[in-house]
Design a protein around this ligand. Structure first.
Ligand code: FAD
Length: 496
């Protein structure tokens, strides 16, 4: 086994795998080091009593032809592996007064809301007009850009409506935007699936993706999605090592020279790309002295996306679109969206996801898999964790509440829920090393949205790069996939 590479990538999350593929494509000898035994990071799945429980992809945007995710999937021939299916519905919203499914006919949804909230018709029409004006997430391929520079210019012009909206609403959170509506508290659940302090631009984008028919889901589970990247990486000659936790980024003479692993082994590279948690990369694997003060300040103060309580429920019955037309149902009892404590779980907004709807393979024959998810308070679970009895009791309580709420929401499931698995924010932190178990990195507040992409080359060192959810505000699979292409280009420029 060699200990000398052109590029070492820390982490086999989607960001690391995508970077690895693009680096191999450019001819660089690349090694990926992954702390876990599996690829995927947050984009993974695990087995419980015959069920395959997914931790990630529900929707994927940027998958239409020419889309930012499509480019990588197409270039590495991954489209047949991941079997994308377009989603015709975003979600079902259930409030104490109504239940509605948001389909890709955004106009129909707009009309529904105008009927429900006639006094806010004017503002609703404006909201959807803004959403529909946003450009598609399409870009010319790098080859196209070289061949036809004017295409890039054209795509820049297509971003004009976004620039205008950013100028007008860039400083507004969803909560402040809602002040324009007379029926603010009632309207709130219908126009967002993010936290109240998220930028309103994200909510415009949500409906724009739907309108542009750019919401997809892979018909393989999340681990299958990651495995597709991993297999192609190996087939192209890339090396990947599991159980290989990086404990230090080695620096010599103002440059990164490689990494050392937890077992003391040293591996050398001309450049290092970290896909691992940003805080860990900059302050634990490296040191504060290499990081510009402005970035240190951001890491000390900026809000995280937050983590999740995820209860997986094995159902002894086949559930279909009649039970859950959109595969995802958001249930609003009270409107509080951030950091839900266990004591609030009975009433917190929660999301149900019928995982087996488009991929029956995740449940044994004749059964279904339903997830119950709520944004959760990391500190509460972190405090409980050292006392294993209290932690287990809290997990059990969370499972019981999830069960009760699920049976109330879907009375047809009474007595049919047979497997319960509870994952807490601490579980997400433990398995993926993401700070506070954050499931998407930074929270896309108006202040953070300004940054959009944090520096890909975040330190004073010229050959250390970062990729993934900690450099792309708001996180998710698309920025990690497209970040791979971007960062491989920067590495290539450095190595040349
Ligand atoms: C429940 C849930 C639902 C989601 N739903 C969606 C969705 O519907 N659509 C969507 O687009 N996104 C979704 N996401 C978010 C998405 O999964 C993540 O934003 C994305 O997978 C992040 O990928 P990444 O490569 O940036 O980072 P990660 O997945 O965090 O990968 C980082 C990798 O680095 C490894 N690592 C860390 N430290 C070290 C070290 N010291 N040495 C070696 N390896 C290390 C980790 O083990 C991990 O494998 C969801 C996430 C969750 C949890």
């Amino acid at each position: 086994m060699s200990n000398q590479y052109d590029v070492i990538v820390i982490g086999a999350g989607i960001g690391g795998l995508s970077t690895g593929l693009h680096l191999l494509d450019k001819g660089y000898k690349t090694l990926i080091l992954e702390a876990h035994t599996l690829p995927g990071g947050l984009c993974t799945s695990f087995e419980r009593k015959g069920y395959t429980i997914d931790t990630s992809i529900h929707w994927l945007v940027g998958c239409i032809e020419g889309g930012v995710v499509w480019h990588t999937l197409n270039r590495f021939n991954l489209l047949p592996e991941v079997k994308l299916r377009r989603l015709e519905q975003l979600a079902t919203i259930r409030t104490p007064e109504h239940e509605v499914t948001i389909g890709d006919d955004v106009g129909e949804y707009e009309r529904f809301l105008c009927r429900l909230f006639p006094s806010d018709e004017r503002e609703l029409v404006r909201f959807f007009k803004r959403a529909k004006s946003l450009p598609r997430m399409i870009e010319p391929s790098p080859e196209d850009r070289k061949r036809h520079p004017f295409k890039s210019l054209g795509s820049l012009f297509s971003y004009w409506p976004l620039i205008m909206l950013a100028f007008q609403f860039g400083k507004l959170s969803y909560d402040s935007y809602l002040k324009r509506f007379k029926e603010k508290p009632r309207i709130k659940p219908y126009l967002s699936v993010f936290t109240d302090d998220s930028s309103v631009l994200i909510n415009f984008y949500l409906f724009s993706w739907l309108h542009q028919q750019d919401l997809y889901t892979p018909q393989v589970n999340s681990l299958g999605f990651s495995r597709a990247f991993e297999s192609r990486f190996k087939a192209m000659g890339g090396e990947i090592r599991y159980n290989a936790r990086v404990s230090k980024i080695l620096v010599n003479d103002g440059k990164v020279k490689g990494v050392s692993l937890a077992n003391g082994e040293e591996i050398y590279g001309k450049a290092v790309v970290s896909n691992a948690d940003g805080y860990q990369t900059l302050f634990q694997l490296l040191g504060k002295e290499f990081v510009p003060p402005s970035l240190v300040h951001l890491y000390e103060t900026a809000p995280l996306f937050g983590s999740m309580l995820m209860v997986s429920l094995g159902v002894n019955q086949v559930l279909t679109e009649k039970d859950m037309p959109a595969r995802m149902l958001s249930e609003w009892v009270t409107p509080e969206t951030t950091g839900v404590k266990l004591t609030d779980l009975e009433k917190a907004p929660v999301t149900y996801k019928l995982e087996s709807l488009y991929n029956q393979a995740v449940a044994p024959p004749g059964k279904s898999l339903l997830l119950f998810e709520a944004m959760a308070d990391f500190n509460e679970w972190k405090t409980l964790r050292p006392d294993s009895t209290r932690y287990k009791e809290a997990k059990q309580l969370a499972g019981e509440i999830a069960l009760r709420r699920t049976e109330t929401c879907f009375p047809q499931l009474k007595g049919k829920l047979e497997v319960i698995d509870v994952a807490t924010p601490v579980t997400f932190e433990r398995y993926t090393c993401n700070r506070e178990g954050s499931i998407q990195g930074w929270r896309p507040t108006p202040e953070m949205i300004r940054h959009m992409n944090l520096p890909w080359k975040p330190t004073y060192l010229p050959n250390l790069f970062m990729v993934g959810q900690w450099v792309s505000v708001g996180g998710g699979i698309p920025p990690s996939v497209m970040g791979g292409e971007k960062v491989a280009g920067l590495v290539a420029r450095y190595l040349k």
